[in-house]
Design a protein around this ligand. Structure first.
Ligand code: PRX
Length: 634
């Protein structure tokens, strides 16, 4: 299909879905080859390759063995511990079989859930691959989430097994994980799972619960020679659940299928990422996020690439660490986030010139808006084009992007270019639902079916899938991205921020409701509003406005800042430091409408120094004044 040009490829992917995706399906191995691409009989639930049977681990590992057994599959580099470990495809195969054997021995069966709460170590990837090898379903929880968030995910996924480690490391500091898991299990109402602990020798606390906790190294030894056959599953069999934030405080379990995901990722490595099998690929995300699932683990491995797993920060031990990796491993494609590049931009630009970056062809950035200075700086510094990808946890791969593997179309600053093949997009008026034309701002929507690779439903909640994503407008249902967008005369899209209460902190998606619920766990908090406020480095940061039950306890500068720290701490212990409000302001009342709805957009506007907008429904103008004063104390 490549060679046909972007426009023709995109048009065909929509007009001839069957033909297009059946051709793409031949990129992966099937136990039973599909004869149809799509079952659209139950839209908006789409089933891709409904009569196909396959296995994700087979496609990521086993099928490469004859040709690439001796090629590096995974290179692990930790600037935290100083470790570097390389695994060939044959070695990954062995490690995954050992772990799959151990999981099986602990009772994990097809369809069971395995929760993975681990740092960025190779064993976390082995755990993902071993899970899908057995036809089980993984739920990776970002290692930065605290006990209460973890407990909520355990309750929802009801895992039979949890994989964890003694600790992660950040900026040279040991961050214990196992005690947080113990805490989460004490909070959780789910049946007690089995627990496997990878002991990295980082945390001294080796408390284990007999009969529940098992040692990774010991199990590995027992299952050293296991060969565990892949479980062939129907294409629509769930491969994983990944929780993400929305408008409510309750995270949604995005459920992904098997065959559609494998095909979408395989095609994306050529069409979007222009990456050839055998080349080194470096994605700097975390396996706890969707970018890590798709572009550290599955896409590069399915593609037969060498994937680089990096544990650490971009400027430690020095701001050249990533560029040294590019040089040393001859990386051809790199995937990162605008925040990471903004962090590097503050360092001495000479770092970019110290290494031979001639193998690099593209830098892809995703997860948050990409500003022009950042894009221009890094493009010039690396001497390669920067490609802005727009997508979501829900879609699993880009919705909007340039697709240089199909055609190297010119790029416009500030725009993630065009609809990816397979995606039929519309921009709709928020009120009327009418499809809008060039230059008009509206809500970006996907016309069903969602393409292969996108979420199949919300875990165990089909109704919520429909009511959340497909119920914004009357008439034929469309998927709402909850992002504002425009399209210009040349067809380039521009993303203008969320329509809902989701915020984006350093590329990490958080729901303001979740943070508010965490703030409210503080005993002296009566009510609160959390809004995302523009930040030059992180894109957005959470800022909390809090009404206290007993305001006297926060009177005076000292008590006030002590109280603010307590509120921040409440968020740290419930969500994790990523949700911590950058500022906490105490006010006597929150601005609300007469019907009692919090005027978050007005609060946010004030916090960003903008006009608070239409205030005709405001119940108590003094409350807004309070917010203004809290932000600009006299
Ligand atoms: O608001 C959009 C923003 O991040 C949201 C999705 O976040 P998440 O589920 O964490 O998935 C990230 C996958 C890359 C979107 O609804 N967003 C993502 N990419 C961009 C973006 N905003 C502007 N430009 C982007 N390239």
């Amino acid at each position: 299909m490549a060679g046909a040009g972007y426009k023709a490829t995109h048009e065909r992917s929509i007009r001839d879905r069957e033909g297009f995706w059946l051709e793409e399906a031949s990129r992966i191995d099937w136990r039973v080859k599909p004869t149809t691409a799509l079952d659209a009989s139950r839209l908006p639930f789409a089933q891709w390759f409904p009569d196909g049977q396959t296995n994700l681990c087979h496609n990521a590992v086993d099928r490469h063995l004859p040709e690439r057994g001796a090629q590096s599959a995974l290179v692990y580099i930790s600037s935290e511990t100083g470790a570097t470990r390389t695994f060939t495809y044959a070695q990954v195969y062995r490690e995954v079989n050992r772990l799959a054997g151990a999981m099986k021995g602990l009772g994990v069966e097809c369809g069971d859930r395995v929760l993975i709460y681990m740092p960025m170590v190779p064993e976390a990837i082995f755990a993902m691959l071993a899970t899908v090898r057995l036809g089980a379903v993984h739920s990776v929880v970002f290692g930065g989430f605290a006990a209460a968030s973890l407990a909520a995910r355990i309750d929802d996924a009801q895992p039979r097994l949890i994989m964890t480690a003694d600790a992660g490391m950040r900026m040279g500091k040991v961050i214990p994980l196992k005690p947080l898991l113990d805490e989460a299990l004490a909070l959780s109402a789910a049946a007690t799972p089995q627990v496997v602990v990878l002991d990295r020798g980082l945390a001294p606390d080796r408390a284990r619960v007999a009969g529940r906790d098992h040692d990774y190294a010991r199990l590995r030894g027992i299952h050293m020679n296991d060969e565990i056959a892949c479980e062939w599953v129907p294409s629509s069999h769930p491969s994983y659940i990944l929780y993400t934030s929305g408008t409510t405080g309750r995270p949604k379990g995005v459920q992904r299928d098997t065959g559609g995901y494998a095909v979408a990722l395989a095609s994306s490595m050529e069409y979007i990422y222009d990456s050839r099998p055998g080349e080194a690929w470096f994605c700097t995300s975390d396996i706890g996020w969707v970018v890590g699932h798709s572009y550290i683990v599955y896409a590069p491995l399915i593609n037969g690439s060498t994937t680089i797993l990096y544990e650490g920060l971009p400027m430690r031990p020095d701001p050249g660490v990533w560029w040294k990796i590019v040089q040393d491993y001859r990386v051809s494609g790199m995937f990162s986030s605008p925040t990471a590049i903004r962090v590097l931009k503050k360092q001495d630009p000479a770092w970019l010139g110290r290494y031979d970056l001639s193998t690099l062809r593209f830098l892809f950035l995703a997860g948050e808006p990409l500003d022009e200075p950042t894009s221009a700086w890094i493009s010039k510094g690396l001497g390669v084009p920067v490609i802005d990808n727009y997508w979501q946890t829900e879609t699993g791969w880009p919705i909007l992007t340039a697709q240089p593997g199909i055609e190297d179309t010119p790029r416009k600053i500030g725009s993630p270019s065009f609809a990816t093949y397979g995606y039929e997009l519309e921009i709709r008026d928020e009120q009327t639902g009418a499809a809008l034309g060039a230059g008009q701002k509206g809500v970006l929507c996907i016309v069903p079916p969602l393409p292969p690779g996108c979420m199949s439903t919300i875990w165990r909640d089909d109704e919520r899938f429909i009511s959340t994503y497909f119920s914004s407008f009357r008439g034929a249902p469309v998927y709402t991205t909850f992002d504002w967008a425009t399209r210009d005369e040349d067809g380039y899209y521009f993303i203008l921020g969320r329509t809902d209460d989701v915020i984006n902190v350093a590329g990490h998606r958080l729901g303001t409701r979740e943070i508010e619920e965490a703030v409210q766990t503080h005993a002296n908090v009566a009510e609160c509003a959390v809004v995302g406020v523009a930040d030059a480095l992180k894109g957005q940061v959470p800022v909390a406005f809090v009404v206290l039950k007993d305001p006297a306890r926060a009177e005076g500068a000292l008590q006030c800042s002590a109280h603010a720290r307590e509120v921040q701490h409440a968020v740290d212990t419930h969500i994790g430091a990523i949700g911590r409000p950058a500022q906490v302001h105490f006010v006597a009342a929150l601005p609300k409408t007469r019907s009692g709805k919090l005027l978050r957009r007005s609060i946010q506007a004030l916090a960003e120094g903008r006009d608070p907008g239409d205030l005709t429904t405001l119940e108590d103008p003094a409350a807004l004044e309070q917010v203004r004063e809290a932000l600009n104390p006299r």
